[in-house]
Design a protein around this ligand. Structure first.
Ligand SMILES: Cc1cc2nc3c(=O)[nH]c(=O)nc-3n(C[C@H](O)[C@H](O)[C@H](O)COP(=O)(O)OP(=O)(O)OC[C@H]3O[C@@H](n4cnc5c(N)ncnc54)[C@H](O)[C@@H]3O)c2cc1C
Length: 321
């Protein structure tokens, strides 16, 4: 019988790990607490509105990711985004560095959905404890249901969420504990009329905003004037407890202060990401304990970002193989 493997987390790291382990002949099940896979590379739908409210795009530098990229481009679940991007400090604006940038189509989440379609992914299941007993793993969810036994366990969640699941491996747990992740308020907005902004995306290097993008400039999106604005970590921490309904006006005022008057707002929503991006140093590699049949992956292991998540999924599957 094939070895049974459980993966906790259906973000891109967990899905890539699961896919590679399944390809290597394992019997794999993936659990995620969310309503659907994708984690931070997700897309929010409200009636006709669609917004990539987490990861905006990804780049590929690692040769191990290129074959996957080509496969996704051929399948049409990923496409290049040729938006006009700028880098804006508090006083200056310059064109952003040239780079090949890719997005999921028609939303960032569609990459995760394509990966998940070939896997046994169980959503709405939050794993609370992991137990290693008689050389096997058992997982208990928050409804008290036990899942197992599994020969191997992969934890593919943000570092602070991995810590309570790593009781059986104190060395790996202390590495996860040393990683900090910055929060991010994201505001989704559809304007009634086009804005005067002459860019599709801005890396903002100072002040309350860290990034904003015309979501509708990405391929396959509805042609409305839909934007996503991300607040900088310090601003997010300062406004962490502000009511979700009041947050959009506050952040959009900051956008107007920096880039000028905005048209009337048709639709807005705010989303609070608790663990958006890795801050400071990372372990630099995925964490494994072959004796325990345990692997830990996720963007935070290798430096953050979508490509890091994908690389970590490839690595953890290889090391457990
Ligand atoms: C606002 C924002 C902007 C970003 N912008 C970019 C960008 O432009 N480019 C880029 O490359 N990257 C960007 N990133 C980072 C990128 O989204 C991440 O690097 C990547 O998606 C992480 O994937 P992951 O699989 O490591 O983790 P995640 O996507 O966080 O997946 C972890 C999954 O685990 C699940 N989970 C957690 N705990 C449990 C539990 N106990 N039981 C069950 N399930 C659990 C969660 O629901 C989640 O689905 C951004 C992130 C944010 C939030």
């Amino acid at each position: 019988m094939a070895d049974r493997v459980a993966v906790v987390g259906a973000g891109l790291s967990g899905l890539v790990a699961a896919r590679n382990l399944q390809t290597a002949g394992r019997d794999v099940v993936v659990f995620d607490k969310g309503r659907r896979p994708g984690g931070r590379a997700n897309t929010r739908k409200h009636d006709d509105h669609r917004f990539d409210h987490g990861a905006q795009f990804f780049t590929v530098r690692d040769e191990r990711v290129r074959p996957l990229l080509n496969e996704w481009l051929d399948a049409g679940v990923v496409a290049p985004w040729n938006g006009r991007l700028i880098r804006a400090s508090s006083s200056e604006v310059e064109p952003a560095k040239e780079a090949a940038r890719y997005v999921g189509v028609p939303g960032m989440v569609d990459l995760a959905l394509a990966l998940a379609s070939e896997l046994d992914v169980r959503t709405g299941v939050r794993i609370e404890t992991l137990l290693r007993k008689d050389r096997a793993w058992w997982a208990t969810d928050t409804d008290g249901e036990n899942h197992g036994p599994y020969d191997q366990m992969v934890i593919a969640v943000p570092a602070p969420q991995a810590v309570p699941l790593l009781e059986a491996a104190p060395d790996l747990r202390s590495k996860a504990e040393s990683v900090t992740m910055a929060p991010c308020w994201a505001v989704m907005v559809d304007f009634d009329t086009p804005t005067d902004l002459d860019f599709d995306g801005a890396f903002v290097t100072a002040g309350p905003i860290s990034w904003m993008a015309r979501n509708s400039s990405k391929p396959g999106r509805p042609r409305t004037e839909a934007w996503v604005v991300h607040a900088a970590p310090e601003w997010t921490r300062q406004y962490w407890n502000v009511d979700r309904s009041e947050l959009p006006a506050l952040l959009l005022q900051e956008v107007a202060n920096r880039f000028g008057r905005l048209p009337p707002v048709g639709f807005t929503r705010a989303h609070r990401w608790g663990y958006a991006l890795t801050e400071g140093s990372t372990p630099g590699e995925v964490l494994t304990d072959p004796e325990l049949g345990l692997g830990v992956c996720g963007d935070w292991c290798v430096g953050g970002r979508v490509e890091g998540a994908i690389v970590s999924g490839i690595d953890v599957a290889q090391r457990l193989g």
